[in-house]
Design a binder for this molecule. Sequence first.
Ligand SMILES: Nc1ncnc2c1ncn2[C@@H]1O[C@H](COP(=O)(O)OP(=O)(O)OP(=O)(O)O)[C@@H](O)[C@H]1O
Ligand SMILES: [Mg+2]
Length: 265
Amino acid sequence: MTNKKKNNYIPKDKLGNNFVHKKQTINNNEEKESKEKNTSLKNIILSIKNASYRYSDAEENDYALRDVNFDFESGKTYAIRGRSGTGKTTLLSLISGLERCTEGEIIFDGKSLKNMNLDKYRNSDIGIVFQSYNLLPFMTASENIILSMDVSGLKIKNKREKAIELMEKVGLKENYADRKVLRLSGGEQQRVAIARSLSYNPKMIIADEPTGNLDKQTETEILEIFKKLAHEGNKCVIIVTHSQNVCDAVDVIYDLKKIKEENNK
Ligand SMILES: Nc1ncnc2c1ncn2[C@@H]1O[C@H](COP(=O)(O)OP(=O)(O)OP(=O)(O)O)[C@@H](O)[C@H]1O
Ligand SMILES: [Mg+2]
């Protein structure tokens, strides 16, 4: 397998101050440059096109996100970073179909989310991993994974075997399958949460600060799982993060900037 990271190199002068060595880093206000770059990209699974979002209780011009243009490819890992209030969580809500763009649109696998059944999209096309794991603590690891298979509505044979296979993929041995989640460490719970997000074989994994509660060594191990899922399993992995360790590990970094800062320039 070739290392896709090497393809992401863009000269520092094209990207200004946000350049990260050997990595593609794009700001939401560098729309033109990102578009130029993307003409040569293939395998785009998700495109955010001129997306803006204003919360319903916000003032007329008070946008949480303004004109965001990002593309995401299968087989790559991405970090979305930005200071507090730049709209990271808002953007994840749009990508995961929990909210709809006020302006612009999001295209998944060639189809606008506007025309899709968003429950089905969330339950079968994308896997979501949360900072706080969001597992059911009184159920076992395998029961949590099987429940997610059931919710997806997909016909999956040998669910328990499949759950154990997924657990092994994230570094958990079979004897963890029948252990209640509340008896697992934070790092182990996050592995179960990743296995659960894979239970219906989604094309994209979206993770909101997935390593925020973990020590650095465990964070590195979890990042290795995400990298493998992208580089060997051809998934698109998108991670919202503040962690430099995460930014160092991913293929592409997208920076969100504060709208008010941009307006004051
Ligand atoms: N439910 C809401 N109603 C109105 N405004 C909101 C709501 N949620 C967030 N906002 C506003 O939208 C902007 C972006 O918020 P968001 O939570 O997406 O930022 P963030 O980058 O995730 O920040 P953090 O790093 O602190 O989690 C902020 O100005 C925030 O005050
Ligand atoms: Mg947030």
